[in-house]
Design a protein around this ligand. Structure first.
Ligand code: SF4
Length: 277
């Protein structure tokens, strides 16, 4: 029996499928719940603080105001299941807040937010590619001094090495593609702003060729997902990423049984959500 197709693709799902088809299946098809991770929750909190900062008037976007935004973002995080699921000790919670504050300090070392003209933050853009719904959330969309669009994606992990740079930039063309499709304008620039150790901004200029290339790549990945679902063939691909994979216990490469994951995922999903992608 064929596996159900996910109903949408996002940049993170595309990259999960490319990294390991079986991890994609566990996440996007079986919908196995994943335990919260400290880096992910911290990243969400820093994103929220920056979102709040950019809701203020340009002149008010100072480091002091950013610290207040972080306090508000931390309060929101503490109310959430993911933060609570981390079960942090008092010392760990203090370290969490301190790390987030350092990321915001690094942010101010990369740009002056008073000079940015945001059009929107945390914008969900969706479009169809054939029957496929393609969607992504843009951290920040702004206009530069020439009135051109710029997409900014904050990254709270470690900056890539020079050798990894191009592969990391591959994903940002997805956002350029979404902008062109949904807003009818191709961004002049897409930038990845790394706020982890060795903070830096990596920039690329989308072109007709890069956007058409991304469109073809997404279509090819979708065809591969369709084939994998039809034949129930999602193979494990071991790599260093296995060390952080939440699904090791169900992965045959580590002695697990994927069918157990399927049953668990089905049990965890309310019936109305089973077709959601
Ligand atoms: S443990 Fe590795 S091979 Fe197995 S599903 Fe996770 S990423 Fe894929």
């Amino acid at each position: 029996m064929a596996l159900p197709l996910p109903t949408s693709l996002s940049p993170s799902k595309v990259s999960t499928f490319k990294d390991c088809a079986l991890a994609f299946r566990f996440s996007a098809i079986d919908k196995l719940p994943e335990p919260p991770s400290m880096p992910a929750v911290k990243g969400t909190t820093v994103h929220k603080a920056l979102e709040l900062l950019f809701a203020d008037d340009a002149a008010d976007r100072t480091p002091d105001r950013a610290a207040q935004c972080l306090d508000a973002a931390l309060d929101l995080a503490r109310e959430g299941e993911e933060y609570q699921g981390l079960q942090l000790s008092e010392a760990d919670a203090d370290a969490f807040s301190a790390d987030a504050a350092v990321m915001l300090e690094r942010y101010f070392g990369l740009e002056d937010p008073r000079r940015i003209h945001p059009i929107g933050t945390e914008m969900m853009l969706e479009t169809h590619l054939g029957s496929l719904l393609v969607r992504g959330i843009i951290d920040r969309l702004e206009e530069d001094e020439n009135g051109d669009l710029v997409v900014t994606d904050y990254k709270t992990g470690r900056a890539p090495s020079a050798a990894q740079e191009q592969s990391r930039l591959g994903g940002v063309h997805f956002y350029a593609f979404l902008c062109e499709r949904v807003l009818g304008r191709r961004p002049a620039k897409v930038q990845l702003m790394y706020l982890g150790k060795q903070p830096q901004t990596i920039t690329t200029t989308p072109s007709e060729q890069s956007i058409r290339g991304m469109e073809k790549k997404v279509a090819a990945i979708w065809s591969a997902v369709e084939r994998s679902c039809e034949h129930e063939d999602f193979r494990p691909k071991t790599s260093a990423l296995c060390n952080w994979c939440s699904f090791q216990a169900y992965c045959p490469a580590f002695g697990g049984d994927p069918d157990v994951a399927r049953a668990l995922g089905a049990a965890a999903i309310p019936p109305a959500d089973t077709a959601a992608g």
